[in-house]
Design a protein around this ligand. Sequence first.
Ligand code: SP5
Ligand code: ZN
Length: 355
Amino acid sequence: MKEIPVFYTPVSYSHLPESEIFSGEKDPHAENQDRMIKIMNELASCGFADINVSKLNDTLTYVGQVHDAKYLDFLKNIHKLAAADSIARKMAPYKNIIPSVHPYLDLDSDVKFKNLTALKGRYMFDTYTPIMANTYDVLLNSAAVAVAGAKAVEAGERFVYGLSRPPGHHAEKAMAGGYCYVNNVAIAAEYLRLNGAQKVAILDFDLHHGNGTQDIFYDRSDVLVVNIHGDPSLLFPYYTGKKDEIGIDEGVGYNFNFPLPKGTGEDVYGKTLDRALNIVKKYTPDYLLISAGFDTYKDDPINGVIKLDTAYFAKIGRQIAKLNLPTLTIQEGGYATDVLGKNVVSYLKGLTGNK
Ligand code: SP5
Ligand code: ZN
């Protein structure tokens, strides 16, 4: 399987969120290190060529094009600020930064967010996405994988897979959430736009609506965003992902959502995928980027809505490949750890038409 280079960074293994807080209770964190180990092992046993992205190079430039400077300062500094604050209060330093309150008015006030608790609530939209001491380093390396992948398709590779971890599609311009801190696929898209591509399309087939990617490109026509996901009235991220979110200003007509009802299987999924791919085709993009989440797998522990099996991910790959576009796939969710590697490989083999 030399046809699909795999980009990854071992720095991702040091991302160890230990728990996510759901309704006041601590659950073991679903986005665990084992996921990546399983993917890497399966890729290795199928002979994929893996490429260790060991340097950030110009990653920060493109991260800065997508995310607000104040948000990036927050990600970079919050741990040190919180540590200093704990010492001043004679408390043990926090291991995990998690918000406690959220602003409901005036998100741009500089005055309001001087207090650390207020600041956390401003830049983190849920209690599932803890910031640890090494998180800033880890998220930059995860983004570097996406940038390296973008450079590889730019250099002429037909298919590239970027195993970014942590994932990215829930990260908005100025907000972390849904296990995501910076938006890897958006950073790759922005890299391609700033280096000569006129039009980039993003297709997101993670179970969850890619609210972050939608937020980042909502007022733009140069990056088409198409999302297929479980009905957000039943599922995270709840507040976005409805059909009538079509973009604003320049971006009207360049954002598409396909929310799917509980119990969606291959038949309905396949028809929806065809419609989504037709929209991409009509747009005639220079590049296609895929936010690939495998949490639509039938036995995924956080899925009760869309039911696909391992073989079906190959079908998704085959349908995407029919568009004949240079295609960069970025890893997002998927929490059925034991079969995650097999699901990823099934999809990648579908892209190239391998069995
Ligand atoms: C990248 C990605 O797929 N992010 C998904 C984040 C969704 N998190 C949902 C967490 C659901 C909480 N689990 C409730 C378990 C009850 N004990
Ligand atoms: Zn997901």
